[in-house]
Design a protein around this ligand. Structure first.
Ligand code: NAD
Length: 485
């Protein structure tokens, strides 16, 4: 085992979980045994919530301009430790080193945004009648929780922790049990940056701890990022316990390619979008709809896909189960009559025979009802459908229950606008394969890709992590008398 057994992080100390249950952490790159992760019990959660509750009065009363000083330092520490954090991210998740570097760079951008929060939460004040003022303030909620998935071991935790904490909350983070190492390192960096003990806590575990979070009477808000199946469970359970909840789910993102698209740029974007992070991104292109004759562009996409080499510029998928699931989707499509133009099944990387790789896969002549057309595959696979018109393409995109992202590739601005207006997704790209809005814009999909109001990052997150206090004051004896008096 390369690393010591992982521990929870409670009240500023790393501590053993009391449950006695644990799981092995295996690197998808080569099957190496990295560590073991505890599967904590509700008793462990109670300890973390108690630590967070203890820290809250002082942290929430610290002026926000002081609170964000921790994040200026944390940002510097992320920069200083970028290489080590990126290596750890690759090791536990399987993505390539350069993808991990981009992930940590995104953490830095998210932290930069958090340092700007004092400028965004100044509140409002207005003399509403003579001598009478109304004023609003953003007030932190208390103890909040963040449950995160495996595909971005550092970035998704940093979607929530800098903003929630800078806004005055104390947090319990529940990392994915598949990639539990990075969050422990983030906890150390937060401590080094000067974050008071108890403001950030980590409780590792599985379904048991997620349920305990949703049920805990002292947790005010739950944010969740993961599959739609679990997002629905968490949203229902947390809100039935009267908690605020924002639950981001899975995706099936459609790229619509029109015949006037620039072939080289389009092919590069499609190939990069479907294969980046081994297709394990909720913003990955998973379905492409060719409108009219786009054969030349599809040829180029295949050319690009063949340049993607597992173990070199393509990482591993998270585990064997996922590898087999992806391969099953490809085989099913083939059996149903689709044509496999580039086949990533049975991929082995020399020297990393125990790694779990799937090569880039391009499937053409997919029909809208096939499972590769409708389900989230979460692997480096693009399913190509063909239509004659843009409206037929939009009908396919609109019929999908998800709604994270959609993109169009065209040189026709009017047509791009037509698609932006009609695609049923929260994030739309024009000639952009992965249309992630960058800070200060917020991240969040529609439909079954997100449950709850608002988005998880950017300005929108302020409303989720705070409640608004409205005060009306009258100090002046000559204040106007009206129906409010
Ligand atoms: P997952 O839903 O399996 O797990 C997410 C979290 O939920 C983990 O912490 C896990 O421990 C916990 N969990 C798993 N099963 C549970 C259950 N039955 N009850 C309660 N908790 C449970 O997701 P994953 O496989 O880790 O991540 C991949 C998924 O996340 C994909 O569907 C991807 O699209 C989605 N995702 C979405 C976004 C977004 O912004 N919409 C971002 C990243 C990932």
């Amino acid at each position: 085992m390369k690393y010591n057994a992982i521990q929870n992080y409670v009240g500023g100390n790393f501590t053993d979980a009391s449950s006695g249950r644990s799981m092995d952490v295996i690197s998808p790159i080569d099957g190496n045994h990295l560590s073991t992760v505890p599967l904590s019990s509700s008793t462990d959660l109670d300890a973390a919530v108690m630590a967070a509750k203890k820290a809250f009065p002082s942290w929430s009363k610290t002026p926000i301009k002081e609170r964000v000083q921790v994040f200026f330092k944390y940002k510097t520490l992320l920069e200083k430790n970028l290489k080590e954090l990126a290596e750890l991210c690759s090791e536990e998740n399987g993505k390539t080193y350069s993808e991990s570097v981009a992930e940590i760079e995104k953490c830095i951008e998210l932290t930069e945004f958090a340092t700007s929060l004092p400028q965004l939460v100044t509140g409002e004040i207005l003399e509403v009648s003579k001598g009478v003022e109304c004023r609003t303030e953003h007030v932190p909620l208390g103890v909040v929780a963040s449950i995160v998935p495996f595909n971005f071991p550092s970035m998704v935790p940093n979607w929530t922790l800098p903003n929630a904490i800078a806004l005055g909350n104390c947090m319990i983070m529940k990392p994915s049990e598949k990639v539990p190492l990075s969050v422990g390192r983030l906890a150390e960096l937060l401590k080094e940056a000067g974050l008071p003990d108890g403001v950030f806590n980590v409780v590792h575990g599985d379904v048991e701890i997620v349920n305990a979070i949703c049920d805990h009477p002292d947790i005010e808000a739950v944010s969740f990022v993961g599959s739609t199946k679990v997002a629905k469970i968490v949203y229902q359970r947390a809100t039935s316990n009267y908690k605020r909840c924002l639950a981001l789910g899975g995706a099936k993102n459609h790229l619509m390619v029109l015949p006037d698209a620039i072939p080289g740029m389009t092919a590069q974007n499609v190939a990069a979008s479907m294969s980046g992070c081994a297709g394990q991104r909720c913003m990955a292109a998973s379905a492409m709809i060719g409108v009219g004759n786009v054969d030349a562009i599809i040829d180029k996409i295949c050319e690009e896909a063949r340049k993607i080499v597992p173990g070199e510029n393509l990482g591993a998928v998270i585990n064997k189960e996922s590898q087999q699931r992806i391969e099953r989707f490809i085989s099913e499509a083939e059996k149903d009559g689709a044509k496999i133009l580039v086949d990533g099944r049975n991929t082995k990387v020399a020297g990393k025979e125990n790694g779990t790789y799937v090569g880039p896969t391009v499937i053409d002549f997919v029909k809208p009802g096939m499972s590769v057309a409708t389900e989230e595959i979460f692997g480096p696979v693009i399913s190509i459908m063909r239509t004659n018109t843009v409206d037929e393409a939009l009908a396919i995109e609109n019929a999908n229950p998800y709604g994270n992202a959609a993109s169009v590739f065209t040189q026709n601005g009017g047509m791009a606008r037509y698609i932006i207006d009609r695609a049923s997704a929260g994030m739309i790209g024009v000639n952009v394969g992965v249309p992630v809005p960058r800070e200060p814009f917020s991240f969040g999909g529609w439909n079954e890709s997100k449950f709850g109001v608002g988005d998880i990052t950017g300005k929108s997150s302020i409303e989720f992590w705070t409640k608004l206090k409205k005060s009306t004051t009258k100090w002046n004896a000559e204040a106007g008398v009206n129906w409010m008096s």
